[in-house]
Ligand binder design. Structure first.
Ligand code: GZL
Length: 335
């Protein structure tokens, strides 16, 4: 009897020992999946991208993929949020769980980030914001931001309008906005609003968002053309919406561009957008540089070296006039 009891006790001890070992192994393997050892010494970057809504966005994603690859010493985990805030938040939570080394994200809109960024901060993971900005009172929630000065982009477009239309007593403007609440839309809209404020003859006859997509841009312009006979200017917050608006104007037999009735101002200066500018379909195109991969990599390398960083880093941008742009200018550009 005693022997049987001792045998049973030994059996229980052995089983519980194996069970613990099993857990340890699991934990180890968990740690292992996130330690540089298991990542072959690579730096793991979790990148939450807005979506694939425009040529600009595709160029931005391409830049990040080309930079954060194995040859350069990185493992990139890229999540496409399909332009939904909730998808970005769950992607960032996933990065925290996976214990990535860095979290990078392009915020779809400015609001709604504090909670998830507090979780990233608690997990000790540096956060780099690219492209658009967030609205937060606590800037300790991110390490730094790199992107465009969208208000300045709008002011650049409006300065061109003031010069081009200085002799026009009145100007009827259709305003096609980007994704509402995104810093690109907010800044470019602010630029136009300030221009309308300064120029009493300017009137925005219609304003709506095309969500930065070609399909929506066409839809909005189809509606506008049914309501408004006289339109002098289309102020369009990105190239893809401008392409959609052009489709609608062609169907409605409206002329546009350098030789047309409706002058088009666009943003992004993507390859396709500059091609349209060269052809005189877009009158003026304000650049928004998407090549953030190398910029973010430089920031990560500085952080790896323990260097201090500026909180904000603006990228250099220019603008292109259909009257002066050449094929050589387009060919010399990286995107
Ligand atoms: C601008 C970027 C905008 C582009 C659009 O930095 O956030 O989003 O202007 C893109 O083309 O969809």
């Amino acid at each position: 009897m005693k022997k049987a009891f001792l045998l049973l006790l030994a059996l229980v001890l052995v089983i519980s020992f194996i069970a613990c070992r099993g857990n340890d192994k699991e934990k180890n393997s968990n740690n292992l999946t996130n330690s540089s050892a298991n990542n072959e010494g690579l730096i793991v970057v979790g990148f939450s991208q807005v979506g694939a809504e425009s040529d600009w966005r595709l160029a931005n994603t391409k830049s990040m993929r080309e930079t954060f690859n194995k040859e350069n010493g990185y493992r990139l985990i890229l999540k496409d949020a399909q332009q939904k805030l909730e998808n970005q938040i769950s992607a960032i939570r996933g990065f925290i769980e996976q214990k990535v080394d860095y979290i990078v994200f392009a915020p779809v809109t400015e609001e709604g980030w504090d909670d998830v960024l507090k979780e990233a901060k608690a997990a000790g993971i540096p956060v780099i914001i690219v492209d658009r900005m967030i609205n937060t009172k606590d800037d300790s929630l991110y390490t730094c931001w790199v992107g465009s000065d969208f208000r300045k982009e709008g002011e650049t477009a409006v300065a061109w309008m003031e010069t081009t239309f200085k002799d026009k007593a009145s100007l009827k403007i259709v305003h096609l906005q980007g994704s509402l609440g995104s810093s690109a839309q907010i800044g470019r809209t602010e630029g136009l609003l300030a221009g309308v404020e300064r120029n009493s003859g300017w009137e925005v006859v219609y304003r709506a968002s095309g969500n930065f997509t070609q399909v929506k841009g066409k839809e909005v312009m189809e509606h506008v053309l049914k309501q408004h006979n006289r339109i002098d200017v289309l102020y369009c917050e990105n190239d893809n919406m401008a392409f959609g608006a052009m489709e609608a104007m062609e169907v409605a037999k409206k002329t546009y561009g350098v030789n047309g009735d409706i002058k088009i101002i666009s943003f992004d200066a993507t390859h396709a957008g500059l091609d349209a500018t060269l052809k005189g379909k877009i009158n003026y195109n304000v650049e928004c540089n998407p090549l953030h991969g190398p910029r973010v990599e430089a920031i990560i390398q500085q952080l790896e070296r323990g260097e201090k960083l500026d909180k904000l880093a603006y990228v250099e941008e220019e603008a292109f006039d259909a009257a002066t742009i050449t094929q050589a200018v387009i060919d010399a550009r990286a995107y």
